[in-house]
Design a protein around this ligand. Structure first.
Ligand code: AMP
Length: 304
């Protein structure tokens, strides 16, 4: 099955307790696409970059089988830029800079072949752009998922809620779930968010894993305990890419299969944080992914 991915394709400057990386390639859509590429070969990417974006990085995405027909390159613009600094615990970070650059006037025009993508992952970016993409779909989608962040809740809450009302699955972190719902309890927050439209909700809790909510059911996927976390940037997007990639591959959106998809998402995210930026996601083998899935199974297996 095919997967449409949208979001930022960007440059990031990242500072963690392990060091600083200046202007490395990042962006929500980049992480989502790399992660999903280990599950399916029909990934339709829609994003925008400036003339500063390296051709070699575009080739690297192509080499992973990502369809870049929907990648706009604005010759007189600069790519989206984000700078963040992580606190010592690596679970929280401060955004130092967000330069929208070419994203500010991105008007995505989906290639005809993208419009019937069976699965859609609207990565984190301007809600108005997420909406424009939804408006162009042909209505045949099996599952539409979206991610967002506090940045957009702060400046575009009404537009964001409109997009949320049109998706099946929302992924956000715990603080964002509280901000969006006005509820401290995540269980209550989930019920409020269901009233806004989505049938499924994933609440990401960084190194403490992720929760999947559907009706009155809850499933918990841990994060892999790792000796060294170098850079958590993109873990949430990688999680979403792994999850949607697996769902598109298995073409089954039952709650039971979503549980498995959540663990695949956690497995992909565990690779992502082991290196700076997208480095760890460029050359994984199927064996490495299978091995990590086994470790997850051992991590949560017990007998009553
Ligand atoms: P995550 O760590 O999963 O939240 O994703 C980090 C990625 O999101 C970075 O590579 C950034 O380029 C990108 N990013 C940061 N802020 C935003 C924003 N406001 N909108 C879209 N993408 C963003």
């Amino acid at each position: 099955m095919s997967l449409l991915t949208i979001g930022t394709v960007a440059f990031d400057t990242i500072e963690t307790p392990y060091g600083k990386a200046e202007r490395i390639v990042g962006g929500a859509c980049t992480y989502i696409s790399y992660a999903a590429s280990y599950f399916i070969d029909q990934i339709n990417l829609s994003a925008i970059v400036g003339a500063d974006f390296p051709a070699s990085e575009i080739e690297a995405l192509k080499a992973r089988g990502v369809n870049l027909e929907g990648l706009a390159i604005k010759e007189d613009g600069l790519s989206f830029f984000w700078e963040g600094k992580y606190h010592l615990n690596m679970n929280s970070r401060d955004t130092i800079t967000t330069d929208l650059n070419v994203l500010a006037d991105f008007d995505p025009v989906l290639p005809e072949s993208y419009k019937s993508s069976a699965y859609v992952m609207l990565g984190n970016l301007t809600p108005a752009i997420q909406k424009k993409v939804l408006d162009q779909l042909d209505g045949s989608q099996k599952l539409i998922a979206m991610d967002t962040m506090n940045f957009w809740m702060d400046i575009a809450m009404e537009e964001l809620k409109e997009v949320i009302s049109r998706v099946d699955l929302l992924t956000i972190n715990d603080e964002e779930a509280r901000q969006l719902s006005g509820e401290y309890s995540l269980v209550r927050a989930a019920q409020k968010i269901f009233e806004m439209g989505p049938k499924f909700l994933v609440i990401k809790k960084g190194e403490h894993g992720a929760l999947l909510f559907h009706k009155n059911d809850i499933f918990f996927a841990p994060a892999m305990p790792l000796a060294e976390v170098f850079d958590p940037t993109g873990a949430g997007d990688t999680f979403a890419g792994g999850m949607l990639g697996y769902l598109a591959k298995s073409d089954d959106v039952s709650f039971e299969n979503m549980k498995r998809a959540l663990i695949y998402g956690s497995a992909m995210a565990s690779f992502c944080v082991e290196k700076f930026g997208i480095e760890a996601l460029k050359n994984l083998s199927q064996e490495q992914i299978n091995e990590r899935m086994k470790q997850f199974s051992l991590l949560v297996h017990y007998t009553l």
